[in-house]
Structure formats: structure tokens, C-alpha cells
Design a protein. Sequence first.
Length: 304
Amino acid sequence: MPNMLEGKVAIVTGAGNGIGREIAIMMAQQGAKVIINDVGASVSGEGQDATPAQQTKAIIAQNGGSAEISAESVATWASAQKIVQSALDHFGRIDIVVNNAGILRDQIFHRMTPEEWDSVIAVHLSGSFYVSRAAATHFRQQQSGAFVHMSSTSGLIGNFGQANYSAAKIGIVGLSKSIALDMARFNVRSNCIAPFAWSRMTGTIPAETPEQKRRVERIMQMTPDKNAPLAVFLASDAAKDVTGQIFSPRMNELFVYSQIRPIKSVHRENGWTPEAIAEYALPSLAQGFSKLERSGDVFCWDPI
């Protein structure tokens, strides 16, 4: 099915590097006109540089595609409106939003500052809301549209030193599910990808012990382009019946994730006291407890 996105217009945030760049390039190859949104900041969100977005645009142009640049931040309501307006101004419509922009401010929880918390939440979670909400009005009017949001196994499972990032990424899952529920009547879909890739964002993973070095070597095999086909599919009409789901691409594998549901219950005719919970409920409920793990404990690092 060539040109799966023919005639569509896509916004890809954080498209100046890594996963965002690869998604923008493949969407253009598949026929979409692309707004490359990137402020050119560092991984920690500092500074501005027009070069990354210009490089992405040049690659798309060399491949015969069509793209324009938006250098607005996703992290405010007003600037997100300008990102969506850019698609309308350049291409006359908007069909796809890929919420990929992100920063890192890793810090062990008991040392994390309010600024480290707020800055990460602002870009990942609030940014995904602002851009999605700006596009939603147009999706509703045209009775169609697709959202692809970037979550993370750090949010789905957990990780050290990433309370801000993990909270934002699991929050994006809830945002995506709510969008899917609220906008299904308008033929609008919303899904999440928890990507595996070696990029600027994962380049901060420690590689000090032999085990850590082996893990990083394996992750480095997972190039950002491996995530693009899934994003293109989810944005295309071929995924018209797919919404509210969470996926991961890892090398040549594709995962779909379970979502939180009750797995164990106990009943007591006269209700519960704290003592009764400790004596009677806990032994039964504990059978359904999940182990305290980080994402690196759950996935083997020998991708297929």
C-alpha cells in the first residue's frame, strides 16, 4: 500500500532529531505534507537552534517531499495554537499530530527541584495536551484525524531518577485514552507509542559497569528509524479501527501493552477495619501485587 498518507498534513513535534526526524521523513515519503516542529533546544530544554529542523526539511526535500518548519514551543497554549495554524497556513488543513517533543531533567526523587519537575511536565504532558487540543477543533469539524503520542516504558513500568519524566509519560497514556473516548464520535483516533531507540534522550543512560555497557551496546542497535513505520501506520487510514492502544517497536518486534484493570478482589460482609485488612485482605490481595521493577528489569536486551 504505497503512499499511505497521500493528501494528508502532519505535524511532528520534536522533528529536528532522532525519532521525530525519522517519523517526519517517513511520513513525507508516504505522501504527507509535514510541519517540522522543533525549537532546537538541548536535551535539557535549553537554547535554540534552527539547524536541526532545517536539516530535516532538507532531507525531506531531497527525497521529493514537502515540509515547512515551525519553531514554536509546545509548552504554552498560545504557541501550540501557532503550530497548528502553521499547518493551516502552509497546507490548508491538519490530519495528523505526532506528539514527540521532549526534554530530560533526570534527578533522584529526594533531590528533584520544582523547576526540574515543572519543565519536564510542561513539554511532555502539557505540550501534548496543548498541541492536541489546538488540532482537535479542526479534527472535529472535518470529522477525521489521528493523534500519535510518545509515551515511555519509564512511565509504563518505572525507572530510576525520572519521577518527572515517568509521571509525564504515564500521564500521556491517560490523555490519549481520554482523547480516544471523547473524540471517537468524530472519527478521531488516539494511540501511544513507547519507543525503543538510541537517541539524544537515551544517550544519558549510564554505562559504567560491564552489565550497563552491554545494555547500552544493545540499545545502540535500536536506531530511531525503527519507530517510524508504526507511527505512519497509526496515522493512516489503515489503522481506522485502532484507538486507545499502547504499542512499542523494538528492532524487528512490535509490542502491544495490557492496560490497568482489576485483577484481584476480596469481600467482607461487615466491611473492613485497618486490622482486618492487615489480617485477612492483605494475604489475598498480595497475590496480585506487581514487583517493584524498572523498565530495564522487564525487557531482555536481546532484541529480535
